[in-house]
Design a protein around this ligand. Structure first.
Ligand SMILES: [Zn+2]
Length: 364
């Protein structure tokens, strides 16, 4: 393995993360999904490290792989942190503990898919399933077109999608798809019908590690949205104006939010960050996703259509090639792009710790 923390596969990413932990004597807890294998026949696990003072009142959570195939960047940032003695010392001196959650959706990471073993999008799954689920009218009109019988789509299908975009606009197309839907298990951006394994695990981890913490920050690493190499910081979900203000104080005025219309990202229901807001009412939460840009929006959505097509046709001869195309749309093998990601991630981690350190720790 080379010195770069970027990997080509989930199993390589997991081995690098575990190797970086072992090299510095950091203990890991591994949570394996039962009875499901990865693309190479490997076990599928979420590995968790906790750094810093055990009694810290301030906790920073770092998650990678919420959207499976997007995990290569977050994994690299986490592995770099485990090997970064200077940054770890700085975080500890600020009294900040760090919960490093590697590959929260290991199935999607391994199989190069956005969704989990149930085709559930983890960022649509943290809703209250006891309440009526949102109905996405825009998606209903598009569902049949989005995943055609053959891939690549026929000319007629491509024209129908292009026609939709020209009539309604790119933003409406994006909104119809990405807001999430709860009716089509084999569709895109499907939110599920109950909390899935990964959602239950993150809640368990918060109960284990965050119950005595009063200030909790969270960075959830993503890729695929925005200009290539640029990390757009997004504060979305069930946040209030005070959380957005805090996020901007910590990470900069360019933190974008659907709350005030400063991002093109839809304010989706049920992002994973909401597990913190709903299950840790004893703590003040300040949570963002960072989206590192790769390819433009419509080609990115095209790859997510391909993702669902492959899940329906896993044994098709072209499945392997399509999966690699999907991976290439969510992580670039360009060293400069990778360097941009590592640099911005390190800054964001330090900013979070500096922000947490300034917060009062009295119980709420
Ligand atoms: Zn994502």
């Amino acid at each position: 393995m080379s010195a770069t923390p970027f990997s080509a596969t989930y199993s390589e990413a997991r081995a690098r993360f575990m190797g970086a932990a072992a090299a510095r004597g950091i203990a890991l807890a591994s949570h394996v999904i039962p009875d499901i294998e990865g693309r190479e026949g490997e076990a599928l696990a979420t590995d968790v490290a906790r750094l810093g003072p055990a009694d810290a009142k301030r906790l920073l959570v770092l998650t990678s792989g919420t959207h499976g195939v997007e995990g290569f960047c977050g994994s690299a940032a986490q592995t770099a942190l485990l090997g970064d003695a200077a940054l770890q010392a700085r975080l500890a001196s600020l009294g900040v503990a760090v919960l490093v959650v590697h590959a929260i959706n290991p199935y999607g990471f391994s199989w190069l898919s956005r969704t989990n073993e149930d085709n559930v999008d983890l960022n649509r799954n943290s809703v209250d399933f006891a309440c009526p689920l949102p109905f996405n009218e825009g998606y209903e009109a598009l569902h049949a077109l989005l995943v055609p019988p053959q891939w690549p789509p026929s000319t007629a299908n491509a024209e129908a999608i292009a026609d939709y975009i020209s009539r309604h606009g790119e933003a409406a197309y994006q909104h119809a798809l990405t807001t999430g839907q709860y009716r089509h298990r084999d569709g895109l951006f499907y939110g599920g019908e109950r909390p899935v394994w990964s959602t239950r695990l993150i809640k368990t981890l918060l109960a284990q590690h965050a119950s005595h913490c009063t200030q909790i920050g969270w960075i959830d690493f993503h890729t695929g949205l925005g200009p290539a190499g640029h990390g757009e910081k997004i504060c979305a979900g069930r946040l209030d104006a005070a959380e957005l203000e805090r996020a901007r104080a910590w990470w900069g005025a360019d933190v974008a939010s659907p709350l005030d219309g400063s991002t093109i990202a839809s304010n989706v229901g049920g992002p994973i960050l909401d597990t913190l807001r709903t299950s840790c009412p004893h703590a003040q939460a300040t949570a963002i996703a960072i989206e590192f840009g790769t390819v433009p929006l419509v080609p990115m959505l095209h790859m997510l259509r391909a993702d669902v097509w492959v899940r329906r046709h896993p044994h098709a001869p072209e499945a392997t090639a399509i999966r690699e195309q999907i991976r290439a749309a969510f992580c670039f093998d360009d060293p400069q792009w990778q360097g941009q990601i590592l640099g911005q991630s390190r800054v964001a981690i330090l900013q979070a710790a500096l922000g947490l350190a300034r917060m009062p720790v009295e119980a709420r």
